[in-house]
Design a protein around this ligand. Structure first.
Ligand SMILES: Cc1cc2nc3c(=O)[nH]c(=O)nc-3n(C[C@H](O)[C@H](O)[C@H](O)COP(=O)(O)OP(=O)(O)OC[C@H]3O[C@@H](n4cnc5c(N)ncnc54)[C@H](O)[C@@H]3O)c2cc1C
Length: 486
């Protein structure tokens, strides 16, 4: 079996391979990417995503890979499940909740490869104030999950900044791992089963359902199910096995990296900072209380690849780029954690249901393509997917249609609301307008830069600018741009 070798001289540590590896066999150790040959299954997907051409494949000559031992399916899994959900992230657990809330006594199994639900989440976990309301959570559970409520939006460029008061809680930083653990318990309470430390390596259609090959602690066994859900995130394991998805193209993936670090600024202001200067996407600062914040940058893999950029180095540069960030992290800042990962930047997939199989969350590219924000969509679409599955008799296209229709209905809105204010763009603009008179010229400039970080998205910028500043100002601002493109 051929496995990856990494040429450390060529590697630029963009970490796309780390984010994309379905078995987490690639890890960063200091500034190098290392391969865990025991975990590697030789799927070669990392090679495709290497932004520097540093990965080659050869026959494996390290320690012998332990043979996987085929065993009889453990008795608690030895039945035909109504629904198997592959992936115990936010999309998978929301789907399980949606199904179990709609129909009792469903035989549902969630299979997760991690040892612990929520372990090593790479998300910054900033999400809208209404996101958690979609889930069956008590107020005290929400209090446990929300780390910080934001009432202000800060926008900045290198020297200037502007803070817009939203007059209320609009966005929050949450503890995603805590949320996943709470959902895990709810799924169990509602009668669902969850198997952790279990990796789905194969999926085959079999006798009106699916035969799913699971590897757990070196043993392999089969599980059968009538319906299957791909909630494996960017890995899209199930969709690839079933031919619903070919695997991502380099232009369809973004890479983000963030530090959890010291922050002395106001904790109620979330910062969003365009990285137009590097032609990357956005940087963000989400304070999480206790003088800490999640500070991150993200951009298209294609850009990183083209300019041989290292995402962690971009993050380090960003800390020194922006006056407001430099000021608030202080001279002798400390970094508590580093995370990074890949996210889909493609428009939402329309091929989300096929003969008893369904895709949800990042696996179906249900994330905001500009900001990579996906938690809201994972929950919203996951709940709907679960409901459609629970009500389905056969998992036919017709049965799963309500889920598909719901997602596609939102698709158009989602695509015009690329700035990530989801359903609330109008409200945010309304708030900005109230503050506009009070802004100086320089602050307005910051606002406008915020609207134009992504070159190809000029239509959205013009639309938002017209709403925000009116036609006259927009013409002044974009006149030459419009002429150029006519
Ligand atoms: C750096 C970064 C920052 C982000 N910040 C934000 C943010 O601030 N706000 C926001 O809304 N979104 C953010 N996102 C996006 C958000 O985190 C994702 O949209 C969301 O987590 C996707 O959830 P998911 O359940 O679809 O996939 P995942 O969270 O990837 O979960 C998939 C699960 O499936 C498991 N799995 C995969 N393959 C298999 C297999 N073969 N067998 C068994 N299990 C398997 C994985 O272990 C994983 O637990 C960020 C993303 C990144 C990379």
């Amino acid at each position: 079996m051929e496995k990856p070798r990494i040429d450390q001289e060529t590697c630029i540590t963009c970490r796309a391979c780390v984010g994309i590896c379905p078995v987490e066999a690639l890890k960063q150790f200091r500034r190098e990417i290392v391969v865990d040959y025991d975990a590697c299954t030789g799927c070669k997907i990392c090679g495709k995503f290497c932004s520097a051409g540093a990965i080659t494949f050869g026959s494996f000559d390290g320690a012998p890979v332990p043979e996987k031992k085929a065993i009889k399916t453990p008795s608690h899994l030895d039945k035909s499940f109504d629904i198997v959900i592959v992936g115990g992230g936010i999309a998978g657990l929301s789907t399980a909740i949606g199904a179990l809330q709609s129909k009792q006594n469903l035989d549902i199994l969630v299979i997760e490869r991690k040892r612990v639900i929520g372990e090593d989440s790479n998300s910054s976990a900033g999400t809208w104030h209404f996101t958690l309301d979609m889930l069956p959570l008590t107020d005290s559970e929400k209090d446990e999950i929300i780390l910080q409520k934001f009432t202000k939006l800060g926008l900045a460029n290198e020297h200037d900044d502007v803070v817009i008061d939203n007059n209320g809680y609009y966005l929050g930083a949450i503890d995603l791992q805590r949320l996943l653990v709470i959902l895990f318990r709810k799924v169990q309470k509602l009668g669902g089963q969850i198997e952790v430390n279990s990796f789905v390596e194969s999926v085959e259609r079999f006798d009106g359902g699916f035969e799913i090959g699971v590897v757990s602690k070196g043993e392999v066994y089969k599980i059968s199910s009538k319906l299957i859900v791909d909630a494996t995130g960017v890995d899209s394991t199930v969709s690839r096995r079933l031919g619903m998805h070919k695997s991502w193209g380099v232009e369809e993936i973004g890479v983000g990296a963030e530090y959890e670090m010291s922050w002395h600024g106001d904790s109620q202001t979330a910062w969003l900072i365009p990285l137009g200067y590097r032609n990357l996407g956005y940087a963000w600062v989400f304070p999480i209380g206790n003088n800490l914040a999640r500070v991150g940058v993200a951009g298209p893999l294609q850009t990183l690849k083209k300019h041989k950029m290292n995402i962690q180095e971009e993050l380090d540069k960003f800390l020194k780029y922006c006056a407001i960030v430099k000021e608030n992290i202080g001279e002798d800042y400390s970094i508590l954690a580093f995370k990074s990962g890949a996210y889909p930047v493609l428009e939402m997939s329309e091929d989300i249901t096929r003969d008893q199989a369904l895709r949800v969350g990042d696996s179906a590219s249900q994330a905001n393509p500009l900001l990579g924000e996906g938690i809201y969509y994972c929950i919203n679409y996951g709940l709907k997917a679960g409901e459609a599955l629970a009500k389905s008799n056969s998992g036919s296209e017709e049965d799963l249609e309500p889920y598909k229709a719901f997602v596609l209905k939102n698709k158009e809105k989602f695509e015009t609301d690329k700035l990530g204010f989801g359903m609330d763009t109008d409200k945010v603009i309304e708030n900005l307008q109230k503050n506009l008179d009070k802004l100086s010229e320089r602050e307005r400039q910051v606002l406008l830069e915020f609207l134009m970080p992504v070159e190809q998205d000029w239509k959205t910028r013009i639309r938002l600018s017209k709403k925000l500043l009116g036609t006259k100002e927009t013409l002044k601002l974009f006149g030459s741009e419009i002429k150029k493109r006519l």
